[in-house]
Ligand binder design. Structure first.
Ligand code: GDP
Ligand code: MG
Length: 440
């Protein structure tokens, strides 16, 4: 969110004990940050009241590190509102599973229908897309195109039969799926630019006629403060079992996610992140919480690194980090992998607190990796395994061997220590506090 919030947390981190004033100051910043992220005011008020109450309570005053405890509480409460654990799609015991989509026009329903169909196909399902948006002349066509791209079958009213009845088309579509042995039916419905009674009645009638296993409310993450009213209207008008957050690829910080989840109590199941049919992800409450808090998407970072790393290698490294057995030899291997990954700056940009480190990022130089490699290569295997043996004379020898100065060698060893500590925290699932990533 804001650099200010990061700053507030940093100040808290260095404090031993928290006063009521500290807590109030922090809560004020959190409120500001959430409002900046377009979280609805009612949700913000409710949230900050809860955080304040817990932060002033026993669990904080008795904690070893009260400041970190507050950060922890904020994170926990965010995850809680966002639905706690990740929720998956529910399938019917007896197929077909019926999934109905609802939401405003332009929210991304038709696109999502195609994305979901494609993903289901990949998982071995045989989805049928039902075109129940008969409002706009082009809507059936659009679904046809999307279905083709997804390699899925579509059920649509015969052309030339005049304006069809979306409720009948939906009911017939489910019947068709049953006869043709499609195990999932996705019903794409019409939307309006604003909430309106006729639209709600139609959606509600489709729901009654098809008895869906899931009704997914698709909402544009960029909708901002309107999220609460729209979500409430759909909950009252049709009711839904889950939420799809679309257009999360834009600047949206996820404020809408927090508002919708908080006001409706319904879980967010999918995040739609682009116009392409492959841009669909399961929704992870904990990752969204840290995205909202701007702690940096550490899990995404680790995932990206793992894609470049050999899986098995990554596993070994994670274990070494967690158990403190990470050596300079391993570090050397990592540096070579990093070079493979190419966009080092982008990767560093995902680390928390980088808002204040922009300058350091600008200064980051891939040649630095080469220099670091040179130093490690001048060490003996024993030194690489255990940098603690690096006394003065060894450091002089290494500096000479690598054509660097003793200060360079000292800095490397120091940075390695810091990096190993940080990665240990990450590997154990914590949030690292990075003193200076500089040349790592
Ligand atoms: P519908 O009216 O609810 O069916 O919405 P559409 O599926 O037709 O989407 C409306 C517009 O939003 C289209 O131009 C889509 O390409 C675009 N769109 C849908 N989902 C996403 C998304 O996740 N990211 C981005 N950037 N665009 C999206
Ligand atoms: Mg549509």
């Amino acid at each position: 969110l804001s650099d200010r919030l990061t700053e507030t947390f940093r100040n808290l981190r260095t404090k031993g004990k928290l006063s009521a004033a500290d807590v109030d100051g922090t809560v004020r910043e959190i409120r500001r940050a959430l409002l900046d992220a377009d979280v609805a005011l009612v949700v913000v008020k409710d949230f900050t009241a809860k955080v304040r109450e817990r932060a002033l309570g026993d669990e904080v005053s008795k904690a070893l590190n009260p400041a970190q405890q507050v950060v922890q509480i904020v994170n926990e409460e965010l995850v809680q509102i966002l639905g706690g654990a990740q929720r998956r799609l529910e399938f019917a015991k007896t197929p077909p599973t019926v999934i109905m989509l609802a939401g405003l026009q332009g929210s991304g329903k038709t696109t999502f229908a195609g994305k979901l169909a494609k993903q289901l196909e990949k998982d071995g399902h045989t989805p049928l897309l039902v075109a129940a948006d008969l409002q706009r002349p082009n809507a059936v066509n659009q679904l046809q195109v999307v279905a083709e791209q997804a390699g899925a079958t579509i059920y649509a009213p015969e052309p030339g039969n005049g304006v069809g009845d979306p409720v009948k088309v939906s009911r017939d579509g489910v019947e068709h799926a049953r006869r043709q042995q499609h195990d999932v039916v996705i019903i794409d419905t019409a939307g309006r630019l604003g909430v309106d009674a006729e639209l709600m009645k139609q959606a509600s009638d489709i729901r009654k006629a098809t008895n869906p296993d899931e009704v997914l409310f698709v909402i544009d993450a960029m909708i901002g403060q309107d999220a609460v009213n729209t979500a409430k209207a759909f909950q009252e008008g049709v009711d839904f079992t889950g939420v799809v957050l679309s257009k999360l690829d834009g600047d949206a910080r996820g404020g809408a996610a927090l508002s919708v989840a908080s006001v409706t109590g319904r879980p967010i199941i999918f995040a739609s992140t682009g116009e392409g049919l492959d841009d669909l992800e399961p929704f992870y409450p904990d990752r969204m919480a840290s995205r909202i808090l701007d702690l940096g998407d550490i899990l995404t970072l680790i995932e990206q690194a793992q894609q470049a790393f050999d899986e098995e290698e990554a596993q070994k490294v994670a274990e070494k980090f967690a158990t403190d057995q990470f050596t300079l030899e391993d570090f050397l291997g990592q540096l070579q992998q990093m070079k493979k990954m190419g966009s080092m700056k982008k990767m560093l940009g995902m680390l928390p607190g980088m808002g204040q480190m922009k300058q350091q990022l600008e200064d980051f130089d891939e040649k630095e990796i080469d220099r670091t490699e040179a130093i490690i290569r001048s060490m003996t295997p024993g030194e690489r395994q255990n940098p603690k043996v690096l006394n003065g004379s060894r450091r002089v020898r290494i500096a000479k061997g690598s054509g660097m100065t003793v200060t360079d060698v000292n800095q490397l060893v120091q940075r390695f220590d810091q990096a190993a500590k940080m990665m240990k925290t990450v590997a154990r699932g914590g949030t690292p506090n990075i003193p200076g990533m500089g040349a790592m």
